[in-house]
Design a protein around this ligand. Structure first.
Ligand SMILES: [Zn+2]
Ligand SMILES: [Zn+2]
Length: 380
């Protein structure tokens, strides 16, 4: 392969900083590493080229020589910096170096030799009334939180004593294991990655260094949330280990059943029972909504099951979109506990309705006709 300019290989400017170089190499290594491209000779060549460029440019002396003399300045045996030469690549040693060096801090995020761990996410179930879910609300919740034990100052060791450096890992918190080409880092089993062991535990926190307390958080519930929605409070989960970032808190919304309304997406539904006389004569009825009352006009001759839609009296969805409607389903109520006088009036009424034939009760008449022809067909 013709030698390309090392800066060009890494895709960095000539004044690139050490961090820029490392980042550029890391990116290329992730892409072309032979382990990720088994049997791909081109990828391997690209990887070697990038490693060579990085090896030269990350060494200030070699970089200076390269800047001044080009490839000739750093070539092995050409008055360069010998020792196998930067072009030399191969052997298991180089592979594991690269993994330890480049991949180690991509995946590990080590802090002071110990592995930083992001805290655990927490979940809080928040029960809301329909009104609060629809209108939004600021609610205070109490959640468990870990704080440093005040008796041992967070070390977990009995007050007056100190944790000892772990002898298994020498305080690093990690042990290396060689596996074929790669050396793999593992959390030290003796100290579980903390790098230190406690001989006598603090009795207050039982050696954990932390105690559980409760903290109060204010949660802004946006208007329009529904059951199943969740609100993320970034960084309010459990705190991280070894300097790692805290987890998040997820507030899971659960909307309580409402005595009047049921919700379906942006629409609200309610039942409106009306008397049979009102259903027959028509009229206006007061209907509740989540923000006050409205009048619902019911025409004469309204039947049970008839739906009336009141526009814009539903819910404004939390993720945007038009405000839903309030859908009222009318049920006609049959009167009960009638007095003799009322019964008398109804019988009188019924007699006058019968005179009108099917005009007044079209449904029951057509139903009766249907039943009649059904029986006729059966007896044929
Ligand atoms: Zn303690
Ligand atoms: Zn250890």
């Amino acid at each position: 392969m013709a030698k390309r300019d090392y800066y060009e290989v890494l895709g960095v400017p000539r004044n690139a900083s050490e961090a820029d170089l490392k980042q550029a190499f890391r990116r290329l290594a992730m892409k072309y590493h032979p382990d990720r491209n088994p049997g791909d000779a081109e990828a391997e060549a690209k990887f070697k080229e990038a490693k060579l460029a990085h090896d030269v440019l990350s060494d200030p002396k070699k970089r200076a020589a390269y800047d001044q003399f080009g490839h000739a300045g750093v070539e092995a045996g050409a008055g360069g910096f010998g020792g196998g030469g930067p072009g030399d690549f191969g052997g298991a040693g180089s592979f594991s170096d690269i993994f330890g060096d480049v991949f180690g801090d991509i995946f590990g995020g080590r802090a002071g030799g110990r592995r930083a761990q992001r805290g655990v996410d927490l979940r809080y179930d928040l029960s809301l009334t329909l009104e609060d879910a629809v209108n939004g609300k600021e609610v205070k919740i109490r959640i468990p939180t870990q704080v440093d034990c005040q008796f041992c100052g967070g070390t977990g060791a009995k007050p007056g004593t100190q944790p000892k450096t772990c002898t298994t890992c020498g305080g690093v918190g990690q042990v290396r294991m060689q596996q074929g080409f790669f050396s793999i880092q593992q959390t030290c089993p003796a100290c579980r990655g903390t790098g230190s062991v406690i001989e006598e535990a603090c009795s207050h926190c039982r050696g954990r260094g932390r105690i559980q307390e409760e903290k109060t958080l204010s949660v802004k519930v946006p208007a329009g949330v529904d059951t199943g929605d969740r609100i993320r409070l970034s960084g309010e989960g459990e705190r991280g280990e070894q300097g790692g970032p805290p987890g998040d808190l997820y507030v899971q919304v659960q909307v309580q059943d409402h005595p009047i309304f049921t919700r379906e997406d942006a629409n609200l539904y309610c039942q409106v029972p009306i008397g049979f006389v009102a259903a027959a004569l028509g009229g206006e009825f007061e209907v509740p909504t989540l923000d006050g009352k409205v009048m619902l006009k019911v025409p004469a001759g309204t039947q049970t099951g008839k739906m009336f839609r009141i526009r814009g009296k539903g819910v404004k969805p939390v993720r945007g979109g038009p405000v839903g409607d309030l859908v009222c389903r009318v049920t006609v109520e049959t009167p009960v506990n009638l007095t003799e006088r009322q019964k008398e009036l109804l019988r009188e009424f019924e007699a006058s309705v019968q005179e009108g034939g099917s005009r007044h009760n079209p449904q029951s008449h057509s139903w009766l006709d249907g039943v009649k022809s059904f029986f006729e067909r059966m007896t044929q």
